[in-house]
Design a protein around this ligand. Structure first.
Ligand code: SF4
Length: 497
């Protein structure tokens, strides 16, 4: 009986190709399993990438959008200086090419990236595009990655697109990768149609170059305290534990070489008891109430929004401030800048006024606030003295948590979002809707400031969500401080539960 004809697998999109390069199992799951990342984010979240691509088009005056035309017709058509967003299917893959620039001797493929440099994994994407264009008959004379120039400073008259971008010639760097594309595509195109899920042990590939959303599924059969999660695990340690057959942190032998923090974590999991350093009371001494608890939110717009700013410059737009009095009274105030102007001056002035009226150290939970205050002082010399006064009052709680406390419920993070619920049962971020982390806060404000969000109801909702989120962060710091004070009061000069 004749064998059934083998079906030719469909062309692979660039996104699927890159997923397959990272991990064939990820490619299979993307095609065959439900989406692991849940519902799509609001459209404005992705607007910064679209904004960068729109700005990049200004570098090629006279260029035209492909708008669904076939690549052959575009290449042979009128002598336009550039073609934007051409979708090309050839050689077993489908790609969307940001810019094809017509130059003497042929076309230059330009991949636009909203980053400040050429990253290695960009070259795989560009190589795929060059392969597909070559298969489609385009004579390429150059291959470039066009990324943002982080030294560019926006002038008073707006964006100078040619100066905003840096064009990096990557022709030589992608040469070897282009030669490998056909073979890689031949292998990867078969993956989605395989009847069995490819096996892959979760490892470094799960975060490189992209964080893979299938991690919970792939790691579901691992212990909660899987050794791979141990902070700063070296390749030699991982190998040593594999030889010993140790999968759980709690099972790591006492004589296995670990650094100080790793040993603390191992002991906490093995005994089920938290670690509290004997000198915690001394470390907390300068944090005692009355005290202020301060947190900033900031944005880093890729395309500078204001004169005098650079791509990705950090611009604080919001602060939250809790204060505990000596008698334990808790008050709160906050500032959220209007989104139609550079927020920094109002941010600094309101903060100076608020803290001038409150006694005590200014407790933070990262070095970020100090960095921002220093930058504000440098930018506003007339405010340098009061901002310097705030800097002198800062007391960072994070090094105390990192060095003197460990609860297994922290998991493997010292972030306030992991530590506060662990130290203060019942405290949570779970009820926050819309904005529940710094990246979302940054994207929301940048979306309003850049004009991507214009609906008044959406703006009002975003501003409410921003205020609620930042307030929760400083409340978390209050809870952590109080929990540490309780723990310190129970220490007896050694490790304590
Ligand atoms: S979590 Fe890791 S092993 Fe699983 S599919 Fe993703 S990259 Fe592959």
């Amino acid at each position: 009986m004749a064998e059934p004809a083998r079906m030719t697998p469909p062309p692979l999109s660039a996104a699927r190709y890159l997923a397959g390069l990272q991990c064939p199992r990820r490619l299979w799951l993307l095609e065959n399993a439900p989406d692991p990342v849940g519902p799509a984010p609001p459209a404005w979240v992705n607007d910064s990438a679209a904004e960068v691509r729109r700005a990049a088009r200004q570098v090629f005056p006279g260029g035209v959008a492909a708008e669904g035309q076939a690549i052959a017709a575009l290449l042979a058509g009128p002598a336009v200086p550039a073609i934007f967003d051409a979708v090309v299917v050839a050689g077993g893959a489908q790609v969307r090419v940001d810019v094809l620039a017509r130059e003497p001797g042929g076309w230059t493929l330009v991949k636009v990236k909203g980053s400040g440099s050429v990253k290695d994994h960009y070259l795989d994407e560009v190589a795929l595009q060059a392969h597909v264009l070559g298969e489609a008959g385009a004579a390429l004379r150059g291959i470039e990655v066009m990324h943002l120039n982080t030294a560019y400073v926006r002038g008073p008259d707006g964006i100078d697109a040619a100066a905003l971008f840096t064009r990096a010639d990557v022709s030589a760097a992608v040469g070897a990768r282009i030669a490998a594309i056909a073979g890689r595509l031949a292998v990867l195109r078969d993956v989605p149609g395989q009847t069995v899920l490819p096996f892959a042990e979760p490892g470094r590939q799960c975060d490189t170059p992209y964080s893979c959303g299938f991690w919970p599924r792939c790691a579901s059969d691992k212990p909660k305290d899987w050794v791979r999660l141990l902070p700063r695990l070296t390749a030699m340690q991982a190998q040593g534990l594999a030889v010993l057959g140790v999968e759980a942190i709690s099972a790591i032998p006492a004589d296995f070489p670990l650094d100080g923090r790793q040993a603390v974590i191992r002991d906490a999991f093995a005994t089920g008891r938290p670690y509290i350093a004997a000198d915690l009371p001394r470390l907390l001494h300068r944090f005692a109430p009355p005290a202020c608890y301060l947190d900033f939110e900031a944005m880093m717009p890729p395309i500078p929004l204001y004169a005098g700013t650079r791509p990705f410059q950090t611009l604080p737009f919001q602060w939250s401030l809790h204060h505990t009095g000596a008698a334990g009274t808790l008050t709160h105030q906050a500032f959220l800048a209007p989104h139609d102007a550079d927020p920094r001056r109002a941010f600094a002035e309101t903060l100076i006024a608020a803290l001038a009226a409150l006694p005590g150290p200014v407790i933070v939970y990262s070095p970020f606030e100090q960095t921002q205050l220093r930058q504000l002082a440098a930018h506003f010399p007339d405010l340098a003295a009061p901002l310097g006064g705030i800097i002198a009052r800062l007391a960072d709680l994070l090094p105390v948590v990192r060095g003197a406390v460990y609860f297994p419920a922290f998991g493997f993070s010292n972030s306030i979002k992991a530590v506060a619920p662990a130290l203060s049962p019942g405290f949570s971020y779970d009820d926050l809707t819309g904005i529940a982390d710094g990246a979302a806060a940054s994207a929301a404000f940048a979306g309003m400031a850049s004009g991507s969000i214009t609906d008044p109801a959406a703006i009002a909702a975003q501003r409410r969500a921003l205020l609620a989120y930042c307030e929760r962060d400083t409340l978390a710091m209050v809870e952590v401080h109080r929990a540490l004070q309780r723990a310190a009061s129970q220490t007896d000069g050694g490790q304590s539960a």
